[in-house]
Design a protein around this ligand. Structure first.
Ligand code: ZN
Length: 132
């Protein structure tokens, strides 16, 4: 299993980690199989989204914050319930197909780390397997 860190710079942010995931997948040494990108945090997430127009991820963050406002009379006293809810909506992992040692992605797809309670230093785990 590979691990790398992501330093986030604001409360909510999507960071393109495609290059880091590809490097980690290559280090795993699996030519053909599956790769799980996993975020071991309850206030962050992993998603695949368009990486050509940065307005796409800006709109995604904006709409998520409209669906899940930062303040809404939440019971969780830590004050970051919105981040926990967004993490569950988006999900803490993605599964990628590996061919020729690299993840298969569409032309406009990038892999994003989703920060919902930053800024923080975060971990991302990458594990590949030849079995499906
Ligand atoms: Zn919390």
């Amino acid at each position: 299993m590979q691990e790398f860190r992501v330093r986030t710079g604001s409360r909510t942010q999507l960071i393109d980690i495609t290059g880091k995931v590809c490097d980690a997948a290559e280090k795993e040494g699996i030519e053909d199989g599956l790769c799980v990108v996993f975020c071991p945090h309850t206030t962050a997430a992993i998603t695949i989204q368009e990486n050509a127009d940065p307005d796409v991820v800006a709109d995604l963050l904006k709409e998520l914050s409209q669906i899940v406002p930062f303040e809404d009379g939440y019971r969780h006293t830590e004050g970051n319930s919105a981040a926990h809810i967004k993490s569950s909506i988006v999900g803490c992992s993605e599964v990628l197909v590996i061919e020729g040692g690299q993840p298969v992605l569409g032309t406009w797809q990038g892999i994003y780390f989703c920060e919902f309670d930053g800024p923080r230093s975060r971990r991302v785990l990458v594990k590949s397997s030849t079995t499906c």
